[in-house]
Write a protein that binds this ligand. Sequence first.
Ligand code: SF4
Length: 187
Amino acid sequence: MYASLEELSRDILSCTACPLWQSRTRGVPGEGNPGADLMFVGEGPGAEEDLAGRPFVGAAGQLLDRILEAIDLTRDDVYIANIVKCRPPGNRNPTEHEAGACLLWLRHQVRLIRPRIIVCLGTVAAQNIIDPGARVTRIRGRFIERRGYFLFATYHPAALLRDERLKVDAWKDFRAIRDKLREIGKR
Ligand code: SF4
């Protein structure tokens, strides 16, 4: 067991539990409020995140920042992590083996942060956290209560950049997240 996120991040940065460590520039453990009620989980670092060692710093991250702002939140209010902490080459999806090996770190993060709401950004996160057969198009927009956490899925911001039409549903999803935070008395 870990006493702090700093201690946990140190071990993530030296992890060699799956082949992705061989091609990473830097591991990307995650960042944000260590006591956040709301946690976002994406798929894995992209090229910019791999160089920076920080999650969601590219165009998709900037869009996420704007969405958060629209529901009166900032990165300091939330915690942001990914299913895999090292970049899959060419931004491919992580394999089952890679995701399975890395989920141990995410579980430790969740135990330390104890968020009330965990939002899966995209299908890969939803499949690893909510249901192995999930597709974000089908599962998005509703809360699933499990072991004291409210699980929720919505589109990955990168998908919103690729297809503007998804933004209408994404906006509904983020308003639902804001409303849930209010309902549980956290905003
Ligand atoms: Fe370890 Fe995860 Fe990186 Fe694989 S992706 S080497 S399991 S930290």
